[in-house]
Design a protein. Structure first.
Ligand SMILES: CC(=O)SCCNC(=O)CCNC(=O)[C@H](O)C(C)(C)COP(=O)(O)OP(=O)(O)OC[C@H]1O[C@@H](n2cnc3c(N)ncnc32)[C@H](O)[C@@H]1OP(=O)(O)O
Length: 515
C-alpha cells in the first residue's frame, strides 16, 4: 500500500491487463489480471515515479489481441529540477504497438463494430481440440513464416516480458527462411459469441518452438566420399525440414486459465507434433523454470509410464552372476541392472531429451520399489549401507541399486566439481544430492497417484477423454485445476546442469564409477 504523499508506486500493481470482447452497448471485460514482472519495462525495482493513484490499463481484444493503453491518475508530480515524473507514453511505446495509443472511445467503437471478428479463426492449422471443465478449447499452430501467425505473435509478445522471467520477445523481422524455423502454438477457448458479430475465440495462452539444426551422426562404417553434384541453391534447402532438435522457447498460459490443465494440453500437443515429424529428433526446452519443470515431468511421466510398464522395465536385483557375489564389486553393473538397449529405443521413439528421460526413468524405477523399502516408507538405511547389494530382501537390493544408479548419473554430471572435494566430502555431497532428488521424485509420484485416483473417480461418472500416451494423445488429465501443494523442484546441492543435450544412458555404461 502506497503512503499518502508518496510519488512512487509498484508497477505490477499499477498495470492492469484486461481481456475484452464486445458487449450489449460497449465492450465488456472477460478477464482482468496483473503482470508478474514489469522490470523489463520499468527497471529492476519495478516502481514508477511521479504519480498518485496511477492505473495503466492495457486492454486486449480476446480473439486477435488488438490492444489499447489507457493511463489515469489522481495527481502527477510537479517537476523540481531534474526530478520529473516518468514519461509513461514514451516508456510504453517500445513495448506496445503505436495503434494502441488511441482514444478509448475510438478503440471501443472498433471492438464493438468489428464485423470481421465473427469469421476470425486463429492463424495456422487446428492441431487439437479438448474439453476442460465443460468448456471447449482448441490449439492452433503455424510457422512464423506465415504473416498471420507473425501478426498475432507480435501482438502477444508483451506477455512474455510480463509473465516469463528473463523472457524476451522474438525478433520477427528476420528473413523468411529463418522465421520458418519458428512454430507458434496458440491455445484458444471457443466461447459463445456475446453478440452476432463477435468472435467465438478467446485467447488462453501460447508457446513458441524453434528448430535447432542437428549435426547428423555419421555411420562409422560409411567412408566419406566427395560428390560431384551441383552445389544446392538456397531455394533447394528448406531449413524447416532439416534434421533438428525442437526447442520450446516460450510457454505461457494466461493467469485466469492457469492451473486448469491447459499447460499439459499445450505441451502434449507440441510433443505429439514432433513425434509424428520425421525431421525432429527430440524435444528440448530453453531455460525452463520451476513451474515448467513440474509440468514437463508430469506430462512426460504420463507419456512414458505405460511404455515402461508394457516392457516391464525394472531394476534387476541380482546383477551379478551366481557365485560372483562374494567378491567386492569394483564396477557399476549398469547394463545388467537395467535394459539399456530397450530404454534407448523407448527414448528415441518418444523423442525425449536424454537428461529428462533419465529423470523420468529414475522416478519410474523408484515407483516400482514398494514404499516400505524406500526412505519415505521408513526403510532401514543404516542396515542398507552395511548390507548393500547383499541385502536379503530383493526390494532392498533394488533400492540399493536405484540409489547407485542415480548417484552414478549425478556423479557424471558434476564430476568436475566433485573431484575437487576430499573423498569424504564428495560422498557426503552426493548423498545429500541424492536425498534431495529422491524427495523431489517422491513428491511427483504422490501427485501422480493422487491425479490418477482423481481421474478414476471422474471416469466412473463421466466419459471424459482418457490418456493414451502411445498415441501421444492430449488427454492426459481431466480438468483437475487443483495445484499440488507438495510440489517441489528437484532440489540439488550438487549443481545439476539441466541442459538437455549432453547425457546419454549408453555413455553411462562406459564410464563406470566404483561401487
Ligand atoms: C520455457 C519457458 O517458457 S519456462 C516459463 C514457463 N511459463 C511461465 O512461467 C509463465 C507463467 N506461468 C504459466 O504460463 C503457467 O502457469 C505454466 C505454463 C507454468 C503452467 O501452465 P498451467 O496451465 O497452469 O499448468 P497445468 O494446469 O497444465 O498444470 C499441470 C501440472 O504442471 C505442474 N505445475 C504447473 N504450474 C505449476 C506451478 N506454478 N507450480 C508447481 N507446479 C506447477 C503441476 O504438476 C500441474 O499438475 P497439478 O495441477 O495436478 O499439480
Amino acid at each position: 500500500m502506497e503512503k499518502e504523499g508518496d510519488w512512487s508506486c509498484d508497477a505490477n500493481d499499477a498495470l492492469h491487463i484486461t481481456v475484452i470482447q464486445p458487449g450489449e452497448q460497449k465492450p465488456k471485460t472477460l478477464y482482468a489480471f496483473h503482470p508478474r514482472f514489469t522490470y523489463p519495462i520499468f527497471g529492476d525495482d519495478e516502481r514508477i515515479f511521479g504519480y498518485q493513484g496511477l492505473i495503466i490499463r492495457l486492454r486486449f481484444a480476446a480473439h486477435d489481441l488488438r490492444s489499447h493503453v489507457h493511463i489515469s491518475y489522481d495527481d502527477k508530480f510537479k517537476e523540481i529540477g531534474d526530478t520529473v515524473a516518468l514519461d509513461l507514453n514514451k516508456t510504453l511505446k517500445d513495448w506496445i504497438p503505436e495503434s494502441a495509443f488511441t482514444l478509448l472511445p475510438e478503440f471501443e467503437k472498433v471492438i464493438q463494430n468489428d464485423t470481421a471478428a465473427k469469421d476470425f479463426t486463429p492463424p495456422g492449422k487446428l492441431m487439437h481440440s479438448y474439453i476442460a471443465k465443460g468448456r471447449n478449447f482448441e490449439i492452433w499452430a503455424g510457422s512464423l513464416g506465415d504473416p498471420h501467425v507473425r501478426h498475432l505473435l507480435e501482438r502477444a509478445q508483451i506477455f512474455v516480458s510480463l509473465f516469463i522471467e528473463a523472457g524476451t520477445p522474438i525478433v520477427t523481422d528476420d528473413p523468411e527462411w529463418t522465421l520458418e524455423r519458428w512454430f507458434v502454438y496458440f491455445v484458444y477457448e471457443k466461447v459463445a459469441p456475446p453478440t452476432p458479430s463477435a468472435s467465438q475465440y478467446s485467447i488462453v495462452g501460447y508457446a513458441t518452438t524453434y528448430r535447432w539444426w542437428l549435426y547428423p551422426k555419421k555411420d562409422p562404417s560409411e567412408t566419406p566420399t566427395a560428390k560431384d553434384g551441383p552445389f544446392p541453391c538456397p531455394g533447394d534447402i528448406r531449413f524447416s525440414e532439416l534434421p533438428s532438435r525442437l526447442r520450446i522457447a516460450q510457454f505461457l498460459i494466461l493467469p485466469p486459465h492457469q492451473g486448469s490443465g491447459h499447460g499439459i494440453h499445450l505441451y502434449t500437443a507440441i510433443h505429439s507434433t514432433i513425434v509424428k515429424d520425421p525431421t525432429v529428433v527430440e524435444l528440448t526446452v530453453e531455460d525452463p523454470n520451476e513451474a515448467f519443470d513440474a509440468l514437463r515431468d508430469t506430462a512426460d511421466y504420463h507419456i512414458l509410464r505405460p511404455e515402461f510398464l508394457k516392457q516391464n522395465v525394472n531394476i534387476n536385483p541380482n546383477p551379478y552372476s551366481s557365485g560372483s557375489t562374494k567378491r567386492r564389486p569394483r564396477l557399476m553393473p549398469t547394463s545388467a541392472l537395467i535394459p539399456i538397449k530397450a530404454l534407448h529405443d523407448i527414448r528415441c521413439l518418444y523423442k525425449i531429451a536424454p537428461t529428462q528421460f533419465a529423470h523420468i526413468l529414475e522416478m519410474f524405477l523408484l515407483s516400482r520399489i514398494p514404499s516400505k523399502n524406500r526412505a519415505i516408507g521408513g526403510a532401514n538405511m543404516a542396515r542398507l549401507v552395511i548390507k548393500k547389494h547383499k541385502a536379503e530382501d530383493e526390494n532392498d537390493r533394488r533400492y540399493y541399486w536405484w540409489r547407485m544408479l542415480v548417484k552414478q548419473r549425478l556423479y557424471k554430471r558434476s564430476r568436475d566439481m566433485l573431484i575437487q572435494l576430499d573423498l569424504s566430502d564428495r560422498i557426503q555431497k552426493l548423498d545429500e544430492t541424492l536425498t534431495n532428488v529422491e524427495e523431489g521424485y517422491e513428491a511427483l509420484l504422490k501427485a501422480f497417484v493422487a491425479r490418477e485416483e482423481n481421474n478414476t473417480i471422474k471416469d466412473q461418472g463421466s466419459e471424459e477423454e482418457r490418456v493414451d500416451p502411445k498415441k501421444t494423445s492430449m488427454n492426459q488429465r481431466t480438468a483437475n485445476g487443483a495445484r499440488n501443494k507438495d510440489r517441489v523442484k528437484r532440489k540439488l546441492t550438487v549443481v545439476e546442469d539441466d541442459s538437455d543435450e549432453d547425457m546419454d544412458l549408453e555413455s553411462e555404461v562406459n564410464k563406470r564409477p566404483k561401487v
